[in-house]
Write a protein of this length. Structure first.
Length: 219
């Protein structure tokens, strides 16, 4: 039987568990500055961080600034990043955004959510990651994994990541967003995976999971 407690207490206890398990939250994608982070996050779409980190050394050895990348043929970028998947569209986006950064922003990545979202291949989630991890601005990047966990834990009934992001931002203090989104990602990988999930072995689900989650085959 799942213990029913007020949502505010649930939020506080989830934060306590995450902080206890993951007091440190290193950025999973290897990078040296906002530009290399932007490229790495773009590559991570539908790809694991491990695969991205195996791919970017070769790419960044070839070009790790907008100036250098803008001179590399798209075909060459595509050949290097092919292991990350979606290489035709990702290579065009990397080339295109590099040229725009040169033309409009003096080769610098803008620390502005709206401007980031205007760049080729950069959606809201990618822009949020860059704002949080490159510039330290409060953001709560929500991907399908965080979306799933928020539903499992009864924190959101959002039908999409956009609504889930709004719900999580409302529940958790703004100053915790940047660290919290990484803590949830790390927790999901270790304790709360999409497949083969055992709610009774999960430190959070065994306390707070929706009744549906406790049944086999549910989200």
């Amino acid at each position: 039987m799942v213990k029913r407690i007020p949502k505010a207490e649930k939020v506080k206890e989830i934060q306590r568990i995450l902080e206890e398990l993951y007091p440190e939250t290193p950025v999973p994608l290897d990078h040296k500055d906002p530009y290399t982070l932007l490229v790495a996050v773009l590559l991570s779409a539908q790809c694991t961080d491990v695969r991205v980190n195996k791919t970017t050394p070769e790419l960044f050895e070839l070009a790790d600034t907008p100036e250098e990348m803008s001179t590399v043929p798209v075909e060459k970028i595509q050949a290097i990043i092919r292991p990350c998947g979606l290489s035709p569209s990702k290579s065009k986006a990397i080339s295109g955004l590099s040229k725009i950064l040169l033309e409009k922003y003096d080769g610098q990545v803008p620390a502005d959510m709206a401007l980031l979202e205007e760049l080729p291949g950069v959606g809201h989630k990618t822009a949020s990651v860059v704002m949080a991890q490159a510039f330290g601005e409060p953001a709560f990047p929500v991907d399908t994994h965080i979306h799933r966990l928020a539903w499992r834990w009864g924190l959101s009934t959002g039908k999409n990541v956009k609504q889930t992001e709004k719900d999580l931002k409302r529940l958790f203090p703004r100053e915790t967003w940047n660290k919290l989104h990484l803590q949830i990602i790390f927790f999901g990988r270790e304790y709360c995976p999409a497949r083969g999930h055992d709610p009774q072995a999960c430190p959070i689900c065994k306390k707070f999971a929706r009744a549906e989650v406790l049944k086999k085959g549910k989200r």
